[in-house]
Design a protein around this ligand. Structure first.
Ligand code: NAD
Length: 373
């Protein structure tokens, strides 16, 4: 089926599409639009528990409290002041121990520190709850496998928080490459350089054993969308640099080459210690290319021999709305635990290559990587 292409506009006219309720969810035409700003409801209110009450959990809690189709009933955080503050905003109960919410919810959002994702996601699935797990899906392929297995055994829905892929620029790029408009994909490029200030000094994010370093904490988003663009990966080669070399997960700056099974090549450079932030993304094909500006905000489209043009961007795709849709059985998950496991498989191979200095094979279990952009 021919996928329609967004109109191209001159840069000065560049704007982001207004988000329409139906467009936000990308529902099949026969299904009524639901979600933020809409009054229709397709089922009983979905009862949500949130593990963690940090800034990221607060974003999730506010969304699910206001969606019109879900309500937040519990917030768990050992920092009870934080839990209470967020719980009172959402009219939910606050608790120190996440296990106290498991009997009272339909779904759990895991937004605790990275080193706790495995414990929290497995416990939620084993209690029969649908699981929205923040990235990374644990701190190893083994942990990700256990999360996926627990979810599969419980037959619950799952979603991994790969939010970068669902932003307007990346959605636009993936739609054009997925529609065949670019021809056969030759390369997928990503550069995500930033500077994360190490404050407070003992925060888990700055301990690679607890966060997984740059790759697992932030740039796994880039591996996610690169796989969505390029498909399954056969092998990878990587180098990394880190201030603190003590953990096998240490990485502050990485360089990655992905050899896609299709024959395309992926290139990624990432850093969270860079003095010059840079967020460049591109997909090159045999008959066209899409590439962003240095902030990853404007998407240009070009065909060989033609001047590039800035595109009107596709709407942001609502990942949390998709999670509710999967629970209501009106949509397929766009990034479930099976997909998240394949992202972790590649991410772990990248760190392995960075340490071994060798090209690392990804393994045959990654063959059926589902590509759901
Ligand atoms: N998908 C995205 O775009 C995105 C963006 C930001 C953060 N994140 C992820 O969200 C998670 C949280 O990030 P943050 O910035 O809010 O971190 P944070 O450190 O600010 O907050 C984490 C919270 O978890 C609490 N916590 C610690 N142990 C706990 C336990 N045993 N049970 C329940 N809560 C516990 C802490 O007290 C803290 O309040 C991380 O995994 C991070 O990678 C994802």
């Amino acid at each position: 089926m021919q996928v329609p292409i967004s109109p191209v506009v001159k840069l000065e006219n560049h704007r982001i599409n207004a988000v329409q309720c139906r467009g936000r969810y990308r529902l099949p035409a026969a299904i009524p639009a639901v979600g933020l700003g809409c009054t229709e409801s397709v089922s009983k209110m979905i009862r949500i528990g949130v593990i963690g009450a940090g800034p990221n959990a607060a974003g999730h809690a506010r969304y699910f409290a206001r969606s019109g189709r879900s309500k937040v009933v519990a917030i768990a955080d050992p920092d009870l002041n934080r839990a209470h503050a967020l719980a009172s905003e959402c009219q939910a109960s606050a608790m120190e121990d996440y296990r106290d919410m498991l009997g009272d919810v339909d779904a759990v959002v895991v937004s605790s520190p990275n080193f706790l994702h495995h414990e929290h996601a497995v416990a939620a699935a084993k209690a029969g709850k649908h699981v929205y797990c923040e990235k990374p899906m644990g701190l190893s392929l083994a942990q990700a496998t256990e999360i996926r297995d627990a979810i599969a055994e419980a037959s619950v829905q799952s979603l991994v928080g790969f939010s970068t892929r669902f932003t307007e620029p990346v959605q636009t790029m993936l739609r054009l490459s997925g529609s065949g408009q670019l021809g056969k994909i030759i390369s997928v490029d990503s550069r995500r350089l930033c500077n994360v200030t190490p404050a407070p000094p003992k925060h888990w994010r700055h301990n690679p054993s607890l966060s997984g370093g740059l790759l697992y904490e932030i740039n796994i988003h880039e591996i996610d969308w690169m796989l969505a663009a390029g498909g399954p990966v056969e092998s990878c080669y990587a180098r990394s640099w880190a201030v603190d070399q003590q953990s096998k997960l240490s990485n502050d700056h990485i360089w990655v080459i992905l050899n896609f099974k299709s024959g395309a090549t992926g290139m990624h450079e990432g850093s969270w210690v860079s003095a010059t932030p840079h967020y460049y993304r591109a997909i090159h094909g045999t008959s066209g290319a899409v590439a962003t500006d240095e902030w990853g905000a404007t998407v240009y489209y070009g065909e060989p021999g033609e001047e590039r043009r800035a595109l009107v961007l596709d709407p942001h795709f609502d990942l949390r709305g998709n999670f509710l849709d999967t629970i209501d059985h009106i949509a397929e998950p766009v990034a479930d635990a099976t997909w998240g496991l394949e992202v972790m498989r590649v991410a772990e191979a990248i760190l392995k290559s960075a340490h071994s200095g060798n090209v690392e094979l990804i393994g045959s279990a990654s063959d059926p990587v589902p590509v759901r952009a």
